[in-house]
Write a protein that binds this ligand. Sequence first.
Ligand code: ACO
Length: 316
Amino acid sequence: MGFQITAAASYVPTKVVSNQDLESMMDTSDEWIKSRTGITQRYISENGRTSELCINVAQQLLKQHGLKAHDIDLIIVATMSPDSLTPSTASIVQGAIGAERAGAFDLNAACSGFVYGMSVANGMLKSGMAKRIMLIGGEVLSKLVDWSDRGTAVLFGDGAGGVIIQDSEYSNMLNSKLESIGEQGQYLTAGVMNKPVQVSDFNFEMNGRRVYEFATKQVPYSIEETVSEAGLELKDIDHFLLHQANARIIKQVAKKLNEPIEKFPCNIDRFGNTAAASEPLLLAEQLANNKIKRGDVILLSGFGGGLTIATTIIKF
Ligand code: ACO
């Protein structure tokens, strides 16, 4: 039983917010944002509906694959910024595309959500519960941003990306590792629900230093362990697709692993940190640009709120 990504697509809202735009809204500078994070712009949704971005991706996936909505058994949307707690964003997508045979649920593991979703999809395929799965990572993080907090407001962007996953004799998931360090969860929060719910409770609050330390320490461990448990060496990985939280984190991880930075594609400059959408946005872009070929070994590693980490290796 294999695991093959047979289609990949992405979509971002049309409104671009540059670092210069942010300079007029808060006490920050293009130079500070670029040098600390690698971000130059991000896309922002005007109406805040995550489902709208995900539906666009779902329609592209069906078209690209030549599938009917009826052919999909399961829709998983990885998101930490759903339209609502219920109905799930996945159910909204399922209804909108008319996938009447499909089950649907949201999965929240913050920025690790898409990679968690890949493992869940693999399990569903292996158990025989689903044959063709649509997995989408979609976020409108801008609705969780406190625009008066320059420490977080400059980091996040909106977008969605997704894949169709099905059985194949040619491709496989070689290993997968899901982790959570719940005792450090307070370093990155959003959507905290107290009673009565206060609008301000919903905004991001982050201890950036602690999240940076967590990422640069735990992500290399997670990658090394996942690679070694798969009976591989780091040199066997053709592409390291890391969550796009910060260009400095990616450089630091590459340095710790002693692997060339060219193996770590980066698009955070244009999208900012889009949490669960970041991995599929990068994957779809790499595939569209023919950077990833059939047979390549790719490693995806997501990390973020929870604090969570998920690493998976796929023979593409
Ligand atoms: N513009 C200008 N100055 C700023 C800004 C800003 N946007 N934000 C903070 N500063 C100032 C601070 O006030 C501070 O000033 P001070 O020295 O006068 O007190 C100074 O810059 C340094 O602030 P630090 O927070 O120490 O800056 P640092 O070098 O740690 O960089 C950053 C901050 C970029 C947030 C970094 O800590 C980081 O990348 N952390 C990881 C964040 C991350 O990846 N989060 C997402 C996780 S994924 C998820 O699940 C959503």
